[in-house]
Design a protein around this ligand. Sequence first.
Ligand code: GRG
Length: 298
Amino acid sequence: MSLSVNLASRLSEVSVKVKATLSALIPETMGPEQSLVNAMRYAVLGDGKFLRPLLVLESGGLFDVDGSRLLRVAAAIEVVHCYSLVHDDLPCMDDDDLRRGQPTVHKKFDEATAVLAGDALLSLAFEILSDAQTHFDPNVRIQLVSLLARIAGAKGMVGGQMMDMSGFQLGNDIAAISRMQRLKTGGLFGFAVESGAILGKASEKLHHNLNSFAHDFGLAFQIADDILDVVGNVETLGKAVGKDQSHGKATFVSVMGLEGAKAHLSYLCSQAKEHLHVFGARADILKALVDSVESRTI
Ligand code: GRG
């Protein structure tokens, strides 16, 4: 099954706009830091899917938030996502040569440059969010900065990565695997959706709906990724497959079996869409995104 026409065109529109924003935020330079900047641009301007930026723009769109503000937040989250990919691909972590169908940053440049480019991207995210162009109200800016700091740090993405890397014994405990994945990958999806609600000063009830949506969507995305690691191929995914099994990692598929994981994915996707019901047709792109995760066409 292919992506719905509306979702595909929205994603391509988002990718053009976010790439232009990122390119302006990381301008080319001839100075001594040229190769660092080239590596940062290489990391963020490749053929990613721009799912997290899409979530920011769609979530903010539910509250009629100004598009230029949303684009800055979308750029901030994308640079954090790309930093995590650059560091995750390093030899000391997942040791991958291919990302988005292209050589990983440490292969294209070198390891030191890849480490530094990742570091600089993370700092850039906070620079973007704390700038008054992102929002005139400093309270809104501090909420965004503090939320991103929390989900990116030791109690979020880095903590989840540590659990994953250290062979932390997850066993067959689905709750433990879900928690690790929520920390490692779910947090950024949560931030993406929540940031639209923060910028839009959403009511507590709508915040709650969006948080619940992000929770189910994030887990569904991870389960779909686990399934693709088993049934996908390197040509269509642009990255290595079969790594989870060869590393003996506990995943939703290894614990629930392929059919069990598909059934759980389907359950989470229907719950995710249920949380969006309150927004009616305004959330149609978000619902289409959930469908494409369920059919693993994204
Ligand atoms: C190294 C601090 C640090 C953290 C790493 C998020 C993470 C933690 C590593 C990413 C590695 C990975 C494969 C995570 C699973 C989630 C996933 C499939 C991420 C890729 O996201 P996509 O598909 O990527 O949105 P694109 O390339 O489309 O942007």
